[in-house]
Design a protein around this ligand. Structure first.
Ligand code: SF4
Length: 78
């Protein structure tokens, strides 16, 4: 189960790929970099969420999006 999403702002180049793949979860903030919007109110199943978030992280050209599981282990990128 995915527990934490981190966007490395110093690595993000603001290309917007993550916001195209998943506008539900990501947006470009006032600093011109991506930020995770949170997920609490989204009506999305856990399995679908995991699949989508991995897809988003894979779409990032600079691997600025990191995903951690409930044990604090990094799932992506490995
Ligand atoms: S895809 Fe990566 S580099 Fe592009 S805006 Fe998202 S986090 Fe930043």
């Amino acid at each position: 189960m995915i527990k934490t999403i981190k966007v490395d702002e110093s690595a993000c180049v603001g290309c917007g790929a993550c916001t195209i793949v998943s506008p539900e979860f990501f947006e470009i903030n006032a600093n011109g970099v991506s930020q995770f919007k949170g997920e609490e109110k989204l009506p999305i199943k856990e399995a679908e969420k995991e699949e989508l978030l991995i897809k988003v992280a894979q779409a990032c050209p600079v691997k600025a999006i990191s995903i951690y599981n409930e044990n604090g282990e990094k799932i992506f990128p490995k």
